[in-house]
Design a protein around this ligand. Structure first.
Ligand code: JJW
Length: 448
């Protein structure tokens, strides 16, 4: 047996997001978001599933926090439903929305759990999408106002903040590939959205500093690691484009104040170009305190000029896959963490990592041993990176509970806790008890 001891101040946690767990979609003044609209558009979400009820965590958060306490986590990553706070995205504050998050955050603090808050996890108020979405300054300024309300309201209670979850999904998955809300399929739109959210990020970080808010702030890109299918230069360049598409496209502006030129050139030959105005990059590159990284899988890429805008296809190498079809290869997390070192040795939190394993309850148990194997491999790679001197400060398993997995609806289960969507009964899985042990020991045991 091998023991991987983690640093004494390492933070173990779990993560969720508002639209995926809360439900109460039209309760206490909450306004519609683009995901309310998208989910109710026929054909967009598996089985026509939506977030009207989800896990009903809006009403059951005390039960959920009791499970977090039982699990023993030190921090819990959640997101705020913007349209609960500002139902029209701007204008009138909905006090009932603020009151909910105060009750929720107070209950976390009462239980010794640090709230780790993501301001934007994809649920843009529909009124702002109607006004141009992230391509419009209206939305950028409304986000700064929303974030200022949250900073002022929760200053001293919430000390760990993230502006945006997975910019790649917001810009490209949702506006080039059309798979997520609002479902556009246009490269120029995707680049405009990416630039808009980066401006909103920079302006919000600036506001955070101006207000003298206590705590730390950052952003949480998702990364996919990629390696070339062959030794050819074309395949090597394809895998480099893949990695940069998810990470460098957003992190170069944040850390270096410029887009990666090889990607600017690639998009230009595809017919699209970011309209960078004077001062934009200075705003975007406000210094941040920490980086959230979401990692799930890696890819073997082959150059194919006919395979979409980025010109690469992902080759199935016969690796074990999770039930959502993502290859399991934990080495990619280690490589991704080393890739990030070019931005400096910033504090990093793995703000999402987990496996879609769709086991159900049998005789009161969920024997999700494949999820345990996935988590063990990935946590071991984090220990390896820390041993190399990389400042990984925490790990938040995705997800605390099964929830609404966007276009996949409720069929895909990522939780440490099983949710019966008819009864809403929660059942801790075997991975819950395994993770409880890792947290209690602050070490990982691997069997030979
Ligand atoms: C190379 C092109 O590939 C086409 C498919 O592209 C993707 C990529 C990534 C995802 C994806 C989904 N999740 C899980 C969520 N993260 C946030 C949280 O809300 C979880 O529900 N992470 N990444 C989906 C589709």
């Amino acid at each position: 047996m091998t023991i991987f001891q983690f640093p004494k101040d390492f933070q173990w946690g779990t993560a969720t997001a508002a639209y995926q767990i809360e439900g109460a979609a039209a309760e206490d003044g909450r306004g519609p978001s683009i995901w309310d609209t998208f989910a109710k558009t026929p054909g967009k979400v598996f089985n026509g599933d939506n977030g009207d009820i989800a896990c009903d965590s809006y009403h059951r958060y005390e039960e959920d926090i009791a499970l977090m306490k039982q699990l023993g986590i030190q921090s819990y990553r959640f997101s705020v439903s913007w349209s609960r706070i500002l139902p029209d995205g701007d204008g009138e504050i909905n006090q009932a929305g603020l009151d909910y998050y105060h009750r929720f955050v107070d209950k976390l603090l009462e239980n010794g759990i640090e709230p780790f808050c993501t301001l934007y996890h994809w649920d843009l108020p529909q009124t702002l999408q109607d006004a141009g979405g992230w391509e419009s300054d209206i939305t950028v300024e409304a986000f700064v106002k929303f974030s200022e309300i949250m900073y002022r309201e929760f200053n001293g209670k919430i000390k760990s903040w993230l502006t945006f979850n997975e910019p790649w999904c917001i810009a490209f998955l949702s506006n080039l590939l059309g798979a997520h809300a609002p479902g556009n399929r246009d490269l120029q739109t995707a680049l405009n959205v990416g630039h808009g959210l980066l401006l909103a990020h920079g302006k919000s970080v600036k506001k955070f500093r101006e207000l003298g808010i206590e705590g730390k702030i950052g952003i949480a890109p998702n990364m996919e690691w990629a390696v070339p299918y062959s030794k050819s230069e074309a395949d090597k360049a394809a895998s480099e484009r893949h990695i940069a598409w998810f990470a460098d496209w957003f992190l170069d502006p944040v850390f270096k104040g410029e887009y990666p030129q090889f990607m600017v050139d690639w998009f230009e030959q595809a017919g699209a170009k970011v309209d960078v105005k004077p001062g934009d990059m200075e705003i975007i590159s406000q210094p941040i305190d920490h980086l959230g990284i979401n990692y799930y899988t890696m890819s073997v890429d082959r150059y194919n000029p006919d395979a979409g805008v980025l010109g690469f296809e992902q080759i199935d190498m016969g690796l074990v896959q999770t039930d959502i079809g993502w290859p399991v290869e934990s080495r990619g997390l280690y490589e991704a963490l080393h890739h990030l070192q070019k931005y400096g040795n910033i504090d990093i939190y793995i703000t999402e990592n987990g496996a879609c394993i769709n086991d159900e309850v049998e005789n009161g148990q969920v024997k999700d041993f494949r999820r345990i194997s996935y988590l063990q491999q990935h946590i071991a790679q984090i220990h390896r990176a820390i041993t190399d001197g990389i400042q990984v400060k925490g790990y938040m398993a995705w997800s605390m509970m099964d929830n609404f997995e966007w276009a996949e609806g409720y069929r895909m289960r990522f939780g440490l806790v099983h949710v019966d969507y008819r009864s809403l009964v929660r059942t801790p899985k075997e991975s819950f008890y395994w993770y409880q042990n890792v947290i209690r020991n602050n070490w990982l045991e691997t069997r030979p």
